[in-house]
Design a protein around this ligand. Structure first.
Ligand code: TYD
Length: 134
């Protein structure tokens, strides 16, 4: 099964613009406890480089584009996000990196839990060990 699970959102488009609605337990497969967003991104500075023990997230590129790398400890996949009509679901214990941000890139992330630093695994070797040895 693919690590990269792209969610296609219904987009209501007309001459006034584009509207996309995200709803917990409907097109977002968890209760949303937190939303954060990233602006002023720079392709010189990739982000992420961590996994989460419990957290589930959906990332949406509201403007511009960027390349996500996802790694489950056995394989690595990449996907470009470049439309507000798609979200990338990232489950627990998936290493993620974000690269190649366009200058206008705006990323929003919906998260299943409040921020907790102790849910992060920021060391790839540790992630690999935990995910492969249970
Ligand atoms: P981090 O998740 O490491 O960002 P990235 O993986 O994109 O580089 O978060 C960067 C900093 O922001 C880190 O010090 C933790 C803090 N932070 C919060 O305080 N609350 C949050 O909801 C998030 C996502 C990060």
């Amino acid at each position: 099964m693919s690590i990269c699970q792209l969610l296609d959102f219904k987009s209501i488009d007309d001459e006034r613009g584009q509207l996309v609605a995200l709803e917990a337990m409907k097109n977002i497969p968890f209760q949303i406890k937190r939303i954060y967003y990233m602006t002023g991104l720079d392709s010189q500075y990739p982000r992420g480089f961590h996994a989460h023990k419990q957290l589930k997230q959906v990332a949406v590129c509201l403007k511009g584009r960027c390349r996500f790398v996802l790694d489950n400890g056995s394989k690595r996949e990449e996907v470009w996000l470049d439309t507000p009509a798609q979200g990338l679901f990232i489950g627990e214990m998936v290493w993620r990196e974000m690269h190649d941000f366009s200058n206008d890139c705006v990323l929003i992330v919906l998260a299943s839990e409040y921020y907790a630093e102790d849910d992060y695994i920021r060391d790839y070797q540790q992630f690999n060990k935990e995910v492969n040895n249970g």
